[in-house]
Design a protein around this ligand. Structure first.
Ligand code: 3HC
Length: 677
C-alpha cells in the first residue's frame, strides 16, 4: 500500500467473483492513484483463495478513457503502468473487463490485458493516442494484432477512430455483449462461466493477418498524415509485432512511445486537447449560468454562409427559418442545401429519410416577420454596416423578448450593430467559417453590453452543433482575421521584393498549412473587399481584379487554373508584379524561405500578442484553437502562440526587429523572459 491510501479503486465480492471498481471522475483516467489502486486490489483478489474470477468495471459514465494526460511530462508517480498491466495479464484467475462508455487508449490497453471482455452495445473501444501525437504505449500495438489481427490493429492505431461494441465483437475484441442496463450482473455471470476455461493471456496468442495493409494505409492517408510523425510510428509498432517476440515488441513500442512523448508534435497536440476544452470556459462567468432555451433558429441570408450555417442546426434537429429578399435567391439557397445533403447521402453519411427530415424542418420565407418565434436569429448578409444596422433595427421590433440576435460578421463592430436595437444585451457575433457546415471554428463575439447568459448560450449552442466555440472581443477581424491581415500584407510585400506567389505558398504548405496565402486568396475570391472600380488600380490585387482574375471561380487569380481547377504559375501575374515593381522602383532580390516565415508567420504571433494584451482573446490557447480549427494551422505545431514558444520568442523578436516591425510589448516581455505564451 502507498502512504496515501488510494480510494479511487475499490473491491467488492459476489460469491467467488471479485469485482474491482475504478471510480476516478470524470472519465476514470489512469491517474497514479488508480494505477496504485489497481495494483493493490488485484494483489488482494489474487491472494484471496475464495476468489475464483475477477471482474474489472468502472463507476460513472465510462470505462477507463485512457492514461491521465495531465500527468504527461511530469515526474513519474505511483507504479509503472506497464508493470501493473503485465501483472494483471499474468493473473492466475480469469479476469474480465466489463466495458461501458468509452474504453480508450490506456483504458483499452487495460481491457486487453484482461483475459476476456464484455461490453454494453453502446460502448466504444479505441486507441486515440495518435490524435495526441502518441501511440498506445502500454502494449496496445503489440496486443491488438493478437486479438483483432494486423489489418484492424493497424487501422485502429493509425487513425485513432474508435469502434462501436458490435464491430468490436465481430473482430473478437469483445467476447460478449451485455444488456445495456445489466453490465454489472452480466459481467459477473460471464466471469463465473469462464472459471473453467481459466486465464487467456493475450501475449501468448499469435499475431495474425496480412501486413500489406500497412503500406495501403500509408498510401490512402498520405495527404491527411502529411507532416505528422505519430501515424507512421503506430504502424511501425504494429509491423514490429509481426516479426518480434512479444517482449521485444513491447520494448520497441516503448522506445517509439518515448520518442513521441518527448517530441514537440505530441506536446503541441496535447496542448490543443486541453486548449479546446479550456476555450469553452468563459472568464468571469459562473459555471451554472442559466442558459436560454434555443428551440428554433432564424437565419437571414440564404447565400453560401447562411445556407451553411442553417445546415448545422438542421443536422441536430433544430428547426430553421431562413429568410431572403427575393424568391429566386431563396429557392437557389434552399436548393444548394438540398444538393449538399443529397451529396452527403450518396456518400452514405445520411439516410435519404434523414435528408427529408432535415429539409422538413427548414422553413424558407421572404418575410423577416416570420422570425418572431425564433430563439436565436443569425444575420448572414453581406458585410455592410448600414445594411446590418437596418436589419437589426427591424429585428428589434420583430424578435421575441429574450431572443439572441447574432451577426455573422467577420470583422464589423458588433457594438455598433447593437446600437440599432433597444436590447444590446441580446446582441453578439457568431462568426462561422466557410464552409460553415464543415469548418469547426465558431468565434463568439462578446459585445460591450452582451449579457452573460446570451454569451454562454451562444457558446453552448455552438458546442451542440459540433463547433469549437471561442470567445473573441470586438476588434477589426476579431481573433482569426485580425491575425490574417498582417500575414496577407507581408505576403504581398514579398511579391514586390522578388518572391513569387508559388514560393510563398510553398513555404506555408511545407510548414503544414493546407494552403498558402495566395492559394487561399484564389479560393476565397481575390475580389472580396475589392472597391469594384476597374480604373482605380493601386495594388497588384486591384490589377488582378480589374482584369477579372477573381480567383478559382474565374479560372484565374494569382494562378491560372485548368478545367479541373489545377493551378499553374501565371505569366500574366508575373508580368503584373514586374510592372508594379518597376513603377515603385523596388529592387528584385533573392528571398529565402526563412525570410518568408519570418515576415509572414512571425507578425501573426506579434498580432496575437496585441490581441491578448488588449483582452480580445481570453487566453493564448484560445488563439491557437482559432487557428487550428478556422484556418488549418497544423495541429502538430500547436497553433501560433504555442509555436512561438517552440520557435523561441527571443528569436522571433530579433527577426521582427531586423525586418523593421514594431514589436508588441507583451511579445517583448516574453522574449526577455525567454518564455512562451
Ligand atoms: N486525461 C486527463 N483528463 C482527461 C482525459 C485524460 N485521458 N480525458 C478527458 N479528460 C478531462 C478533460 O480535460 C475534461 O476536463 P475539464 O472538464 O476540466 O475540461 C474532462 O475530462 C471531460 O472531458 P470531455 O470534456 O472531453 O468529456 P466528453 O464526455 O466530451 O468526452 C472522452 C469524454 C471521449 C473520454 C474524451 O474526454 C476523450 O476523448 N478523452 C481522451 C481520450 C484519450 O485520448 N485517451 C488516450 C490517452 S493517452 C494514453 O492512454 C496513453 C497510453 O497508451 C499509455
Amino acid at each position: 500500500m502507498s502512504e496515501e491510501t488510494p480510494t479511487s479503486v475499490t473491491m467488492e465480492k459476489d460469491g467467488d467473483v471479485a469485482v474491482i471498481i475504478v471510480n476516478n471522475p470524470p472519465v476514470n483516467a489512469l491517474s497514479w492513484h488508480v494505477r496504485q489502486g489497481l495494483e493493490d486490489n488485484f494483489a488482494a483478489a489474487l491472494s484471496d483463495d475464495s476468489v475464483k474470477a475477477i471482474v474489472l468495471r468502472c463507476a460513472g459514465t465510462t470505462f477507463i478513457a485512457g492514461a491521465d494526460i495531465s500527468e504527461f511530462g511530469k515526474p513519474p508517480r505511483g507504479p509503472d503502468f506497464n508493470a501493473v498491466l503485465n501483472s494483471i495479464e499474468a493473473a492466475s484467475k480469469p479476469v474480465v473487463a466489463a466495458i461501458h462508455g468509452t474504453a480508450l487508449g490506456g483504458g483499452l490497453e487495460t481491457a486487453l490485458v484482461c483475459h476476456y471482455r464484455i461490453a454494453v452495445p453502446s460502448a466504444k473501444l479505441g486507441v486515440p493516442e495518435v490524435k495526441l501525437g502518441l501511440l498506445p504505449g502500454a502494449g496496445g500495438t503489440q496486443r491488438l494484432p493478437r486479438v483483432v489481427g494486423v489489418e484492424a490493429a493497424a487501422t485502429m492505431t493509425s487513425t485513432g477512430d474508435p469502434l462501436p461494441a458490435a464491430k468490436a465483437k465481430e473482430l473478437g475484441l469483445v467476447d460478449e455483449l451485455a444488456g445495456e442496463d445489466s453490465l454489472a450482473a452480466d459481467a459477473i455471470a460471464f466471469a463465473r462461466a469462464k472459471i473453467a476455461d481459466g486465464p487467456r493471456p493475450t501475449r501468448e496468442r499469435p499475431v495474425f493477418g496480412d501486413i500489406a495493409v500497412i503500406e495501403q494505409l500509408k498510401t490512402a492517408n498520405a495527404k491527411r498524415w502529411r507532416g505528422f510523425e505519430a501515424p507512421y510510428a503506430n504502424l511501425a509498432c504494429v509491423e514490429a509485432a509481426t516479426r518480434l517476440p512479444f517482449d521485444e515488441g513491447l520494448a520497441f513500442e516503448r522506445e517509439q512511445f518515448m520518442k513521441l512523448m518527448f517530441g514537440s508534435q505530441s506536446a503541441a497536440q496535447r496542448h490543443i486537447f486541453f486548449a479546446e476544452r479550456q476555450a469553452a470556459k468563459i472568464d468571469g462567468l459562473p459555471k451554472d449560468t442559466q442558459l436560454r432555451d434555443i428551440k428554433k433558429v432564424g437565419v437571414i441570408g440564404a447565400g453560401t454562409m447562411g445556407g451553411g450555417i442553417s445546415m448545422n442546426f438542421l443536422q441536430k434537429g433544430i428547426p430553421v427559418t431562413i429568410v431572403e429578399m427575393e424568391q429566386e435567391a431563396l429557392d437557389r439557397g434552399v436548393g444548394v442545401i438540398r444538393k449538399n445533403y443529397d451529396a452527403s447521402a450518396a456518400k452514405g453519411r445520411f439516410k435519404p429519410e434523414q435528408v427529408e427530415q432535415m429539409m422538413g424542418i427548414l422553413t424558407p420565407t421572404l418575410s423577416l416577420d416570420d422570425l418572431a418565434d425564433c430563439d436565436l436569429i443569425i444575420e448572414a448578409v453581406y458585410e455592410n454596416m448600414d445594411v446590418k444596422k437596418d436589419i437589426f433595427g427591424k429585428l428589434d421590433k420583430i424578435a421575441k423578448p429574450g431572443a439572441i440576435l447574432a451577426s455573422n460578421t467577420s470583422y464589423l463592430d458588433v457594438d455598433e450593430i447593437a446600437t440599432a436595437t433597444s436590447r444590446p444585451g441580446d446582441v453578439l457575433g457568431m462568426h462561422f467559417f466557410s464552409p460553415a457546415n464543415v469548418m469547426k471554428l465558431l468565434e463568439v463575439v462578446r459585445g460591450e453590453k452582451t449579457a452573460p447568459d446570451a454569451l454562454a448560450t451562444a457558446m453552448a449552442i455552438g458546442k451542440k452543433v459540433g463547433k469549437v466555440a471561442v470567445v473573441a472581443g470586438v476588434c477589426d477581424g476579431f481573433i482569426g482575421n485580425r491575425m490574417l491581415k498582417p500575414r496577407q500584407i507581408e505576403a504581398m510585400n514579398l511579391l514586390m521584393e522578388g518572391a513569387t506567389p508559388a514560393q510563398v505558398d510553398k513555404v506555408h504548405v511545407e510548414f503544414g498549412m493546407p494552403m498558402g496565402p495566395f492559394q487561399m486568396s484564389d479560393l476565397a475570391g481575390v475580389d472580396i473587399g475589392w472597391h469594384r472600380d476597374p480604373n482605380r488600380i493601386e495594388s497588384i490585387r486591384d490589377a488582378l481584379c480589374a482584369e477579372g482574375r477573381w480567383g478559382q471561380k474565374k479560372q484565374a487569380g494569382f494562378y491560372d487554373y485548368d478545367d479541373k481547377r489545377q493551378p499553374s504559375e501565371s505569366a500574366r501575374v508575373a508580368e503584373l508584379i514586374e510592372e508594379f515593381r518597376t513603377k515603385a522602383g523596388t529592387q528584385k532580390r533573392e528571398i529565402t524561405d526563412q525570410e518568408i516565415i519570418e515576415r509572414t508567420l512571425y507578425p501573426m504571433v506579434n498580432e496575437g500578442a496585441l490581441i491578448l494584451a488588449e483582452g480580445k482573446a481570453q487566453r493564448a490557447s484560445d488563439i491557437d484553437v482559432v487557428w487550428i480549427y478556422g484556418y488549418g494551422w497544423p495541429v502538430y505545431r500547436g497553433g501560433p502562440m504555442f509555436w512561438a514558444g517552440l520557435e523561441g520568442t527571443d528569436k522571433i523578436v530579433a527577426a521582427l526587429e531586423k525586418h523593421g516591425f514594431e514589436i508588441a510589448p507583451l511579445l517583448k516581455e516574453k522574449a526577455e523572459a525567454k518564455s512562451g505564451f
